[in-house]
Ligand binder design. Structure first.
Ligand code: AMP
Length: 304
């Protein structure tokens, strides 16, 4: 490895072994080429936008456990944010993130700049089709094209055998699965369960935007999902009734601005009207203060 490279494995005062950090595509490729390369060695990728919390770290630990080389990417992807969204204020803490990545045992961190990922003249976009259209696709036009495009780039740069995504972002997971299948990526997409605070609120980097009172009210999302899941598991088959139940519960809290409560097929993200078959995705979105939060659970009808 050349001395001029900024990539380095740093050993800090605490004695912890810190991951090597690459800022450019050639750097991460060089680090990956130098990684222990026994036949069939598997690289695991955990794509994130940083500001790491226990949700991200659960993915990271799994990648470390299951793969020969683990890579965590930190990139606040500009092309997945709409013009009026929170790209400029999205929380960032690279030093804290490197500490946490080290604590999870991550080998390599890839933290490129926007110019590295999207040099002048960049124009290609990946459209995952109908799976990107429902749920958040309606209120965030272009969002999932931005996600699919950056994930495709990361897959091409890192060439992972396994890539780890959170069930917390269920539609993103479905979009990535579809994209990987349609474009013949040789990568296993591993879905990891949603990590929650003790009261049930799903961990999210955007929870940092919440005031104490907003944080208290944010729990209503998980409460609405839990009510709905119970109803489905007890045999309620009308999606309309279950959606009304979720909407009513969310609207009870005055700081919470309801956006949607929907029921969809977990793989295709197409709306479900009658809940009679296999598991369904119950998904909600709301804005609380300046934070747009989403959450979901999977519910299985009796005999489903
Ligand atoms: P983000 O940094 O928000 O883009 O998230 C990076 C990855 O972490 C995505 O695959 C998310 O689904 C996953 N993730 C975020 N929050 C959680 C959580 N609370 N539990 C599990 N995975 C999560």
């Amino acid at each position: 490895m050349s001395k001029s490279m900024s990539a380095s494995r740093e050993r800090r005062d605490d004695g912890a072994n810190h991951p090597q950090v690459a800022r450019t595509i050639p750097e991460i490729r060089e680090l990956l080429a130098a990684a222990p390369g026994k036949a069939g060695a598997v690289t695991g990728l955990v794509p994130t936008m940083g500001s790491l919390h226990e949700g991200h770290l659960s993915l990271a630990r799994r990648a470390v456990e299951e793969c020969d080389t683990s890579v965590l990417s930190i990139f606040i992807n500009p092309i997945q944010f709409g013009v009026s969204e929170d790209f400029d204020s999205y929380p960032a803490d690279i030093d804290g993130d490197l500490e946490l990545a080290a604590s999870a045992g991550i080998d390599l961190v890839f933290a490129p700049s926007a110019a590295e990922m999207y040099p002048p003249g960049f124009e290609t976009s990946i459209d995952a089709g109908s799976v990107a259209e429902g749920l958040c696709g309606q209120s965030r036009p272009g969002h999932f094209q931005g996600v699919a495009t950056v994930v495709a780039k990361l897959f091409n740069i890192i060439r992972p055998g396994r890539a780890y995504f959170g069930q917390k972002d269920a539609q993103q997971l479905a979009v990535v699965r579809r994209m990987a299948r349609d474009l013949d990526y040789e990568v296993e997409i591993v879905a990891c369960p949603t990590v929650r605070d003790s009261d049930g609120l799903a961990l999210s980097s955007r929870n940092a935007y919440l005031s104490a009172e907003e944080r208290e009210q944010a729990i209503v999302l998980f409460e609405a999902l839990s009510l709905a899941r119970k109803a489905v598991e007890s045999g309620e088959t009308s999606a309309a009734r279950v959606k009304r139940m979720m909407r009513k519960r969310i609207a009870e809290n005055y700081l919470v601005e309801y956006e949607y409560a929907r029921i969809a097929d977990p793989d295709t993200i197409q709306p479900v009207e009658k809940i009679t078959g296999g598991p369904v995705l119950l998904a909600v979105a709301a804005t609380i203060g300046s934070a747009r939060l989403i959450d979901n659970v999977i519910a299985t009808p009796p005999g489903g």
